[in-house]
Design a protein around this ligand. Sequence first.
Ligand code: XUL
Length: 513
Amino acid sequence: MLAAMSLFLGLDSSTQGLKAVIIDAGTGSIAAAAAVNFGKDLPEYNSPDGFLPDPDPAVKHADPLLWLAALDLVLARLRAAGAPLAQVRGIGGSGQQHGSVYLNNTAAKRLAALDAAAPLATQLAGIFSRKTSPIWMDSSTTAEVRELDERVGKRLQRDTGSPAIERFTGPQIRRFLKTDPLGYARTARIHLVSSFLASVLIGGDAPVDTGDGAGMNLLNLRAGAWDAPIADATAPGLLRLLPAVGKPGGIAGALHPYFAKYGLAAGTPVALWTGDNPASLVGMGAHNPGKAVVSLGTSDTVFAAFEKFHTDPDGFGHVFGNPAGGNMSLACFKNGSLARERVRADAGVDWTFFDETAFDQTPAGNGGKLALPWFEPEITPAGRPAGLRANFDFAAAPAATRIRAAVEGQTLSRALHSAWVGKFDTLRVTGGASRSKGILQTLADVFQARVETIAVTDSAALGAAFIAAHNTGGVAYDDLAAKFCPTVGTVLPRPETADLYRGLLGEIKRMEE
Ligand code: XUL
């Protein structure tokens, strides 16, 4: 009975799918999990990678009905698997950041009147004033970013935590205003992916949290409220289209009776939803300052909780609200695992060679040979042409030398651009490449920090469940982290490499310029 009192559901709506996990906060175990892949499981939405194909490579929009269909499907899957949905005491969630959903003036009524007899995507098809949602991969707003820079200037970064960024919501809203003024005029509410899905769960109008709200170029993080002059400079009348801003620890509302058909209890408290990166921060057990997270994925990210509000002096990184209170930093490096994969494939070696052998065959520092595998235009640092950069004849070098050069180059660049992210002595590493002994040792040596791997795979969904347990059940984040995020591996920095890598920081900086 005691265990049944402590079940919490976490949902994560990412670019490519929706994940659900039910945690037992009492025993520290996963009670159930399910997932939906947008492309494979819902092919009728014509979005193999989670967004709609578009002839313009800068345009990346998704169909919000796809996210609704996925919500019905993932809950149906949990139910079919016999998950203990009736005992869930609270629900939390996270969404891909920056993506926005535009609702017309019928939305409030239709959300309140959800009918269990029909699927969400059918009964909510008419609530949108913009048929598609721009997502974080969209980069079609270069002109709007320039306009916001001109209109607001440096204050944008100083008060919202980020300069104007193409994928951020404010520039996207401005583009909508410019390209479809009638559609903008028909808009009654603009939600983030996270607050939209929370709104559906409660059949109402959920607040935006400061974690995800900070990804909009609209939230004054110093004040924890929308910045009226910035909203005005973005689009006229925007302030009244924005939902309330919720405080960390807050509740969005009570679960709508619609969801009783899956076995969930109507009225179950739904915590404020947040962005996937803020959710990952807590899901990785890194909600307190002192531990930074390095996530090695399609893009690599470095993020950490920090105390006193400050921003990246170079203007590349972002500040978001920390769901546990305070703020978090995030630096995003576009050339992550795809770049490593290309270096490996071009060298004609397998992953064991890339992950380990290459590092056994070469010395730390690689005799000064470094490479920056920027096959895609990099965003940290931004504004440099794409292409591989090396300070030696890369193509002619042995495979092991190339691999160490690329991994050390990437890692030194991560270190160079994350000096501002917050104080830490530990790096928690996650993502596919965290299996590589060579990468882990390089991280430990370059950052001179203890490197920990933990067993968590879906850190955003797990973090969403933590947020549910904390905000609706009063469970402490420290308890959750201790139970769910134990360290499974540790790599210590070798002090004798500290000077070597410190010396190479200057060289990588020169190569970036
Ligand atoms: C962060 C960002 C991505 C998305 C991925 O700024 O754009 O990490 O949140 O879902």
